[in-house]
Design a protein around this ligand. Structure first.
Ligand code: FAD
Ligand code: NAD
Length: 456
């Protein structure tokens, strides 16, 4: 039995908990998979590197609009893939080496399970290692949910963990799901020439977004990809080297490969939380208070293991707060989840922060709403844009922006000034008038959106 000041389970955002505050302390860092966790290895970073390549392919295809003739001659998939992982894999390996050989940390490469409130057993290649710690952090992330119909059918399928490493592009890809991961991979593979067939149970894509954005995005998605909305999956089988999904009503959708993107659930089921007394929500997320404390003193949690957001910037924020709190028990900081933005790096990009229009109406806010079309600004003319929108929603009484929802090029960047205004309580008129906006930058879309709010 080895005792530590701190034990961290999971090396995604958990890896950043070993701050200089722990320089003279002993820390166990435990990882059963690839060092660096989801975002680095199978999430944000590789997906966005692929998205960039796919954006370039789309730009080539679309160049005729500007009087430039070009043809997309070839897509060298293996080079695209190896550019991504040639960059990422050494970072994961370097991170692991640093924890294995670095100062004051001991790396345990195996699956951790609680045996009591302050004790863990770690299965390292079949050999149990017993560890106790004054403080333990559960930063175990989440994994893809596989609907039983798919799991029990025995058909081969990919998840986001495996699809990026395939050896050749399929002719066609069936994607089950219509959320973040489905939309991003539809763009990645669709732009590289794969026929995309999306099967999702809802009536629209990206249903968690503002209704107008979800509706407009679904329309554009339908022009790029084959969409099967309102689908109930009843069976799955293989036929002539293809995977066939069977839907209620008798329709079938077939493709050379299947990607399952039907949500992610927290990695808490095989953690022995009941032995520690750590309580979870009904969906498996670890229960924490505003400081990241679980129901057991000395046990903390952060990121996808506990958060409803499942976003890397949230996991990183929570890690910063927990890192502080671990070392400063008399000066605890709170998580700040007030204005959590998100972006979907699909085609076109989508981003959002704050309340949707429907949520704001439901909250009884006296609203002013402006939908600014990119195409009605100078830069939008340069882009020949006809579909992109920046929607901003404000409270007429307080003059504060309560939400923004964007669909179009650079949506993930354009939304940032609104996030800033909301976070620092800057009223919309001051935001619009109190600073210069570079003319004729694309950012004028934001300026005009905020100027268009009606506070009379
Ligand atoms: C395809 C995809 C794209 C994404 N893109 C974005 C994006 O663009 N922007 C964004 O903000 N978010 C994105 N996300 C979400 C983001 O990746 C996650 O929110 C974030 O990585 C969660 O970090 P974490 O530290 O909580 O968990 P993770 O990074 O998942 O780390 C948890 C670690 O714990 C380990 N572990 C689990 N259980 C145990 C155990 N019992 N013992 C030992 N080790 C264990 C796991 O192996 C894992 O390495 C994406 C996710 C996916 C899947
Ligand atoms: N850019 C980003 O920030 C980014 C990118 C990828 C993933 N993520 C994170 O990962 C999380 C998980 O992504 P996701 O796309 O798997 O989940 P999601 O919750 O975004 O979407 C799941 C989709 O699957 C559909 N679905 C669920 N069960 C189904 C079934 N049985 N048959 C057909 N359709 C079904 C849902 O209706 C929904 O459209 C996201 O919520 C997000 O937080 C973030």
């Amino acid at each position: 039995m080895t005792h530590y000041d701190l034990a961290v389970i999971g090396t995604g955002s958990g890896n950043s908990l070993v701050t200089p505050d722990f320089d003279d302390k002993s820390v166990a860092v435990i990882e059963e998979g690839t060092f660096g966790g989801t975002c680095l290895n199978v999430g944000c970073i590789p997906t966005k590197m692929f998205v960039y390549a796919s954006d370039v392919a789309d730009a080539v295809r679309g160049s005729g609009r500007y009087g430039i003739d070009s043809t997309l001659d070839d897509v060298r998939w293996l080079e695209i893939r190896d550019r991504v992982f040639g960059r990422i894999d050494p970072i994961a390996q370097g991170g692991k080496d640093y924890r294995v050989n670095g100062p004051n940390t001991t790396a345990y490469l195996g699956h951790a399970t609680f045996t009591g409130p302050t004790s863990l057993t770690i299965d390292v290649d079949g050999v149990p290692q017993e560890v106790t710690a004054d403080q333990i952090v559960i930063a175990t992330g989440a994994h893809s949910v596989i609907p039983p119909v798919v799991a029990e059918s025995g058909v081969p399928f990919h998840t986001s963990d495996t699809i990026m490493r395939i050896d050749r592009l399929p002719r066609s890809l069936v994607i089950l799901g219509g959320g973040f991961i489905a939309s991003e991979f539809a763009h990645v593979f669709g732009a590289l020439g794969v026929d995309i067939r999306i099967v999702t149970r809802g009536p629209a894509m990206l249903r968690a977004e503002d209704e107008e954005i979800s509706r407009d995005f679904t329309q554009l998605a339908g022009k790029q990809w084959e969409l099967h909305l309102d689908a109930t999956l009843t069976g799955a089988r293989e036929r002539d080297g293809e995977v066939v999904l069977e839907l209620a009503g008798g329709e079938t959708v077939a493709g050379e490969m299947l990607l399952v993107a039907t949500g992610r659930e927290p990695n808490t089921a095989r953690l022995g939380l009941e032995k520690a007394g750590v309580a979870t929500h009904s969906d498996g997320r670890v229960q924490v208070d505003d400081y990241g404390r679980t129901t057991v003193p000395g046990v903390w949690s952060l990121g996808d293991a506990t958060s409803p957001y499942q976003l890397k910037h949230v996991a990183n924020h929570e890690a910063r707060v927990v890192a502080h709190n671990l070392a400063h028990p008399d000066d605890l900081q709170k998580f700040n989840h007030e204005f959590v933005p998100s972006a979907v790096f699909t085609h076109p990009q989508v981003s959002s922060v704050g309340l949707t229009e429907a949520q704001a109406r439901e909250a009884g806010i006296d609203l002013t709403v402006k939908v600014q079309r990119y195409g009605d600004t100078a830069y939008g003319w340069a882009m020949e844009d006809t579909t992109s929108i920046f929607k901003v929603i404000a409270d007429r009484k307080t003059r504060q922006i309560v939400g923004a929802h964007v669909m179009g090029p650079q949506a993930s960047s354009l939304i940032q000034p609104v996030i800033q205004a909301m976070s620092f309580g800057l009223p919309a008129p001051e935001m619009a008038r109190g600073q210069y906006w570079i003319h004729p930058a694309l950012m004028e879309v934001v300026e005009n959106a905020v100027l268009g709010l009606d506070f009379e």
